[in-house]
Design a protein around this ligand. Structure first.
Ligand SMILES: Cc1cc2nc3c(=O)[nH]c(=O)nc-3n(C[C@H](O)[C@H](O)[C@H](O)COP(=O)(O)O)c2cc1C
Length: 196
């Protein structure tokens, strides 16, 4: 059984819902399983977070990255970039980088924005950079998926995306949903091929 790590950060729930869809895509592949993890908030003031989340996915540890055969990384767009808590976690992975622990593993990225042109693509591309430094094999979404041309909301060749609206209340569209699931499925299929 190959485990794929779905690592995300979410405050309003949009990226969390995407992570669940990516995980469901992974689980559709025989021989693959999703390990869903999140990261805590970061604070510039007094550290108030608890050691474990009150609900939902557990916090990620370095061993989750080490043990899993691939990674789907999801973040809300924050000023056209990934959210600080996720970057903070990645900045703590230098021991893995030194040992090449992630080199050769497949990875993909996904994001959610409030506005349609608020930086989905810049966020997705910049999320790839640390993964490339780790030697991961970053994969996008191909235009052979019809939803990529048909979508009127999110969905990019760089990874799945969701247009959540300024109130963060837009439901995930059918095209966005299909692309999230396809992204998980493709990640799992590639991980299994690489392991064979
Ligand atoms: C500090 C901050 C910066 C943000 N920057 C952007 C942005 O650059 N573009 C955008 O469209 N939305 C931006 N947003 C909105 C979030 O990306 C959007 O609400 C997202 O869907 C939240 O995901 P979540 O529900 O998983 O937390 C920002 C939100 C915050 C709090």
């Amino acid at each position: 059984m190959a485990e794929l790590l779905v690592l995300y950060y979410s405050v309003g729930g949009s990226v969390k819902r995407m992570a669940e869809l990516v995980a469901s895509g992974i689980e559709r592949v025989p021989g693959a399983a999703a390990r869903v993890r999140t990261v805590p908030r970061v604070s510039t003031g007094i550290e108030t977070r608890s050691a474990i989340p009150e609900s939902g996915a557990p916090y990620a540890e370095l061993r989750d990255l080490e043990e899993c055969a691939g990674l789907a990384l999801g973040s809300p767009t924050r000023f056209g970039n990934m959210a600080a808590p996720l970057k903070h976690f990645l900045d703590g992975t230098s021991l893995l980088w030194q040992g090449g622990a992630l080199a050769g593993k497949p990875a993909c990225v996904f994001t959610s924005t409030a506005s349609l042109h608020g930086g989905q693509e810049t966020t997705l591309l910049s999320m790839m950079l640390p993964l490339l430094h780790h030697g991961m094999l970053v994969m996008g979404l191909p235009y052979t998926l019809p939803e990529l041309n048909a979508t009127r909301s999110g969905g990019t060749p760089y990874g799945a995306s969701h247009h959540a609206g300024v109130a963060d209340d837009q439901p995930i569209s059918d095209a966005e949903r299909s692309l999230c699931i396809a992204q998980g499925r493709r990640l799992a299929e590639l991980a299994l091929k690489l392991a064979a």
